[in-house]
Design a protein around this ligand. Structure first.
Ligand code: GAL
Length: 376
């Protein structure tokens, strides 16, 4: 049932992309971008890193959609280096970009550039990650980030058999040993993911069905700077050595992102998990990246969250075209994303949980990844 709904959504996106391709995004007649002052305008697209395949897909999606609508695109990746991104965004302004689409490394580090952009009448769209501490952020396009966390927490409980597929408590007493990981603390998404996950895990920690043996349950104890897989691996190794040396077993790990999940799996297999009776714990993730989908199919990582970057890219391009043709971009949330100075009007997509059961129906069937990529 759910697979059908998701497929329906993807067909809709496919159709609207096709419309974009032949009609310039909003239909050829009312597409002022191809005839007005902003015809062929330059759009700056700043992405954080190429290390993770999702950002490459994001950049490609935004660029393709903008080019179809007749815009020129300056797409830059900053190697996860804040000064590099600061410089890239500065250059986009100098080159005369009319709109900036920014997926930041550190959400609070681009304030000077945002001020300069506002002075020059350049509009700013915060992409997937919220730009913080500055009022010159016009729109935000992302997924429902707290919902992502809720889904991660729920899927951890499902993998442990604590709740069923509908989230119904199965009365298991445990105790199950779990450890918690969060993302980079300078990415506002990290706190949303963690908050969402803890909203479903905390009641079970309180009932002692779940036990965090390390005792590290606070956000600032479990963050992973720059979302770095090696940092997560080292922390997992450390946790195993310190909290699980007396024969206790890790049964579950909350991981907010596929790259971290792979680092965590590697630490665990290095400590003998996944071999014989010592089963790998239930490990969550996010982004539906190919190595993690393979890991899920191989029975290592338990779940991931699919966030279709084609939809996100298309929405950012549509918002850009709206801004440059005098239309008001559509939003569906005007309450949640307070960037410490203003609440940024947002367009949010729903996340989709992926396990072994629906890799085919909900990811491969949409064409986001191919079977050939999984078989490689
Ligand atoms: C977050 C994003 C996640 C994941 C992570 C690491 O901001 O929402 O989907 O990609 O960064 O790249």
């Amino acid at each position: 049932m759910r697979a059908k709904k998701v497929l329906g959504g993807v067909v809709a996106v496919g159709l609207s992309l096709a419309l974009t391709a032949c009609g310039g995004g909003r239909g050829s007649d009312d597409n002022k971008a191809s005839s007005g002052d902003n015809k062929g305008a330059l759009i700056g697209v700043a992405m954080p890193t190429k290390v993770s395949e999702r950002w490459i897909a994001d950049g490609d999606a935004v660029k393709a959609d903008l080019e179809k609508a007749g815009y020129k695109v300056d797409l830059e990746y900053a190697n996860n280096q804040i000064p590099q991104q600061v410089q890239q965004v500065g250059n986009m302004i100098t080159k005369g970009a009319k709109v900036l689409i920014i997926a930041s490394i550190d959400g609070g580090s681009l304030s000077d550039q945002l001020d300069e952009a506002a002075k020059q009448g350049i509009k700013v769209i915060s992409y997937d990650r919220l730009l913080t501490g500055n009022k010159n952020v016009d729109y935000y396009v992302s997924f429902d980030n707290e919902k992502v966390g809720v889904e991660q927490g729920t899927s951890l409980l499902q993998g442990l058999g604590v709740v069923d597929k509908d989230g119904k408590d199965l009365g298991k007493k445990g105790p199950f040993n779990i450890e918690l990981f969060a993302g980079s603390n300078d990415d506002s998404n990290s706190a949303f993911f963690f908050k969402g996950a803890m909203s479903v895990l905390q009641p079970y920690i309180d009932k002692k069905v779940l036990v965090v043996k390390s005792g590290q349950t606070q956000f600032n104890q479990v963050t992973t700077l720059r979302w770095d897989p090696a940092t997560a691996k080292a922390r997992m190794q450390n946790l195993i050595a310190k909290s699980y040396s007396g024969g206790a077993i890790v049964n579950g790990v909350l991981s907010p992102y596929d790259g971290l999940s792979l680092g965590i799996v590697s630490a665990l297999t290095g400590a003998g998990y996944g071999n014989g009776a010592k089963k790998l714990p239930v490990i969550t993730g996010q982004d539906a990246e190919v190595p993690s989908l393979k890991s899920i199919l191989a029975g290592q990582q338990y779940s991931t969250i699919f966030k279709d970057t084609r939809k996100l890219g298309h929405q950012a391009a549509t918002m850009t075209n709206d801004l440059l043709t005098g239309k008001k971009p559509e939003v569906n949330d005007t309450k949640t994303y307070d960037n410490k100075v203003k609440v940024v009007p947002s367009y949010l997509f729903p996340p989709v949980v992926i396990t072994k059961e629906n890799v085919q129906t909900d990811v491969i069937a949409t064409g986001y990844h191919t079977q050939a990529e999984l078989d490689k």
